[in-house]
Design a protein around this ligand. Structure first.
Ligand SMILES: CC(C)(COP(=O)(O)OP(=O)(O)OC[C@H]1O[C@@H](n2cnc3c(N)ncnc32)[C@H](O)[C@@H]1OP(=O)(O)O)[C@@H](O)C(=O)NCCC(=O)NCCS
Length: 183
């Protein structure tokens, strides 16, 4: 394992390095992946390298590269965004880069690892996310990790000729520990 930070069963999470620019570029440009984030504008290597350069100077954004343990392959990115140290809240995101790696349990495991990291190490009180109502795989991975659907953003994003509704989902600290105790 290369510089592991959080280690799970199938995956480990490590800090983002400059040489990860291509993985991030792929996630931001490759149609199948960027569509799930409703990204409508391209990104290039220069932009990506600039972003990576000062990545960990900020305390409100905590990104990781997701690596498959068995092969060491870099398979995606995950992060906490808008980490708010007063409200102890953060927004969670995940992207597995290659469609061939979807549905193999990676996303579910990463989500559970990030939720545990958020509550047990960052001392968060609330983790939230938004997911398109069309993204069944993501929705199910989040439910399994303990997220609750708490609202609906109507026609929140426009993509390919139609507007999509988004679920707002969250998990609170007390819910996380209740679930952990009962499992
Ligand atoms: C969404 C994403 C993170 C899910 O991770 P994943 O590794 O593909 O998902 P998992 O294999 O862990 O499966 C998650 C759940 O979806 C279910 N699932 C798998 N394939 C599915 C499919 N084709 N349709 C519906 N559900 C599916 C799994 O059974 C599992 O549910 P369960 O645990 O209740 O059985 C991943 O697919 C991804 O990165 N997609 C592109 C980017 C994206 O959509 N990011 C999220 C934006 S909010």
């Amino acid at each position: 394992m290369k510089n592991p930070f959080i280690v799970g069963e199938k995956v480990y999470l490590r800090a983002v390095e400059m040489e990860d620019a291509q993985l991030l570029l792929h996630c931001n440009n490759q149609p199948e992946v960027r569509e799930t984030f409703f990204i409508a504008f391209p990104s290039n290597t220069n932009r990506q390298e600039l972003d990576i350069k000062n990545l960990y100077d900020r305390q409100d954004y905590i990104p990781f590269v997701i690596c498959e343990k068995e092969t060491g392959r870099d398979i995606g990115i995950t992060a906490f965004h808008r980490v708010d140290l007063v409200s102890r809240a953060a927004v969670y995101s995940i992207r597995i880069a290659d469609e061939k790696d979807w549905g193999k349990g990676f996303g579910g495991e990463v989500t559970r690892l990030m939720v545990a990291y958020g509550f047990e190490q960052l001392n968060l009180n609330r983790i939230q996310l938004v997911v398109s109502t069309e993204n069944e795989r993501g929705y199910r991975a989040y439910i399994k990790a303990g997220f609750i659907q708490e609202g609906l953003l109507r026609k929140a994003m426009y993509h390919y000729d139609h507007y999509s509704d988004f679920y707002i989902m969250s998990i609170l600290r007390e819910e996380y520990y209740k679930k952990k105790k009962s499992s």
